[in-house]
Design a protein around this ligand. Structure first.
Ligand SMILES: [Zn+2]
Ligand SMILES: [Zn+2]
Length: 508
């Protein structure tokens, strides 16, 4: 179940301004504003009060129908967030963001109070697991909870709506998930009502297989096809087994042990044979063409064995379902045996092949839609493989790939590419600075070294190390280099190249 949520900011500031007795979070916020600032990184109460009064005034004017105030309010968050704006003050921005975060936590607490399990939560998306057996009752439950939450004045200005509903869901992260989904919850409700009226209606027909597996993109194209096929048949098998269990009444609740031991064994057995067949047909070394590992913006590892990487990805996804734990462990052993590897081999452990890079709070200049850009995983930002004139070969060579335009998902307006590149350059500089200015620590007792030029810790003679590992820094720079190449960001490429050259590291 997903709910999209509107802006947290105006509501929170306004609530703070009204004084909200009885709401612990809000009282805390007000106390924080009253506290005397200790340094310039904190906002004075006077500044915060001016901001509060200003926003409150605008909100009141909007309620009276003021169009200008409405326009000003729309742009307010951008003025507060963008560093080139006159209203920008890092301390004020941090404080407002903290307030938004607290309101967000209160919202999550409300959902938990109504008995939902939080699967994933961000400022624009919330995924919850309910204990309802039927899709229609899950939608009814979600609507009831949303209504109840929105009746509270503190959440009144928020927009919450159920966007998607999953029959069952394998969730790794927002870029890696799959399941049986219905994208229009109203269809399910309509089907359920028709069913009650005695009309013949197949509720399950509204549900389809939903696949978004970023990790699959990092497999050779031929292995990726096998991976998606395996995932699709797995989702279908689990869906079938759950429906059967529901009909027979053997299950308990959705997502909580609905399948008995026999049904679990059946599910794994049904995917087992096709999987072993695919693995036997796969080469053990990377070859050109369909068995060559692609090079993508998030690539940070060198893979050699398509069959092994395929097994690791499949098993990792299967193990997301804790219900099938034992069966999956056995399947893993059998799959690894095909490529003559034991389950205890370190190489058989899954590591996410994509190093994420998230640029937070990018605001559209046209419609003020605010989102985080993940330049290694957001599908709409990556260069399009299907563009005319781009072959797979071109795609594998980032210099030949054509970078697509980045556009806002809400209004399709194009993002300011050079502004985003400038932010990326700033991030690269800040990371370099953070690495250079970091503390030296003792590897044994973890105490920070106060004196320079000492090779050993004065208290325990342990070896001195840097706080952050060099490997992690190099990996991050490598990802920056990949992003620059893939998205054709020349300035960023030069900056990364300069950092690398200066330190003599082989980064890209
Ligand atoms: Zn827009
Ligand atoms: Zn020490």
């Amino acid at each position: 179940m997903t709910e999209k949520k509107g802006h947290l900011l105006d509501n929170h500031l306004e609530d703070g301004a009204n004084g909200t007795q009885g709401k612990p979070g809000m009282v805390e916020v007000q106390d924080e504003a009253k506290a005397a600032p200790t340094d310039e990184s904190q906002v004075t109460p006077a500044t915060f009060n001016v901001l509060k009064a200003m926003v409150k005034g605008w909100v009141e004017e909007v309620r009276r129908g003021g169009r200008v105030a409405s326009l000003v309010l729309e742009h307010f968050y951008r003025w507060l967030t963008v560093s080139s704006s006159r209203l920008y003050d890092p301390a004020l921005y941090t404080l407002v963001h903290q307030l938004m975060h607290r309101l967000f936590l209160q919202l999550l607490a409300e959902f938990k109070r109504f008995g939902s399990d939080i699967v994933f939560a961000s400022f624009d998306r919330l995924v919850i697991a309910t204990s309802k057996r039927e899709l229609s009752s899950a939608i009814g439950y979600a609507r009831y909870v949303i209504d109840a939450i929105q009746k509270k004045p503190i959440f009144g200005a928020m927009e919450l709506r159920p966007a998607k509903i999953w029959d069952h869901l394998y969730w790794m992260d927002p870029y890696n998930h799959g399941g049986l989904v219905c994208e229009n919850p109203d269809e399910i409700l309509a089907a359920a009502v028709a069913l009650k009226q005695g009309k013949v209606m197949n509720v399950e027909a509204q549900v389809k297989v939903d696949m978004a597996w970023n990790i699959g993109n990092y497999l050779p194209p031929a292995a990726e096809i096998c991976f998606l096929k395996a995932m699709t048949s797995l989702m279908a098998e689990v869906g079938y087994a759950k429906r059967k269990a529901k009909r027979q009444g053997t299950g308990t609740l959705i997502g909580a042990g609905i399948l008995d031991a026999e049904a679990r064994a059946d599910v794994v057995e049904s995917v087992h044979k096709p999987l072993l067949k695919s693995i036997r047909a796969m080469p053990r070394t990377s070859e050109d063409g369909a068995w060559k590992f692609p090079f993508l913006p998030g690539s940070h590892m060198h893979f050699k064995n398509p069959a092994l990487e395929f097994i690791k990805s499949v098993i990792h996804v299967l193990s997301l379902n804790t219900e099938l734990e034992e069966e999956v462990r056995d399947l893993r052993r059998r799959m690894l045996r095909v490529i003559d590897m034991t389950e205890f081999n370190d190489d058989a452990n899954f590591v996410n092949p994509c190093a994420p890079f998230r640029l937070p709070q990018v605001i559209c200049e046209f419609c003020n839609y605010c989102r985080d850009l993940d330049l290694t995983r957001d599908r709409d930002l990556l260069p399009k493989r299907a563009d005319p004139g781009i072959t797979d070969e071109d795609y594998a060579d980032p210099l030949r790939a054509i970078a697509g335009a980045w556009s806002c998902p809400a209004c399709r307006g194009e993002y300011d590419r050079s502004g985003i590149e400038q932010r990326l350059v700033d991030v690269a500089h800040r990371r370099l600075l953070a690495w250079q200015e970091q503390d030296l620590k003792c590897g044994r007792c973890r105490s920070v070294l106060a004196e320079d030029l000492r090779p050993h810790c004065p208290s325990c003679s342990g070896q001195i190390r840097t706080e952050y590992g060099r490997g992690e820094f190099v990996k991050r720079m490598k990802v920056f280099g990949n992003i620059a190449k893939f998205h054709r960001l020349e300035m960023l490429g030069e900056v990364v190249g300069w950092i690398v050259e200066r330190d003599g590291w082989d980064v890209v």
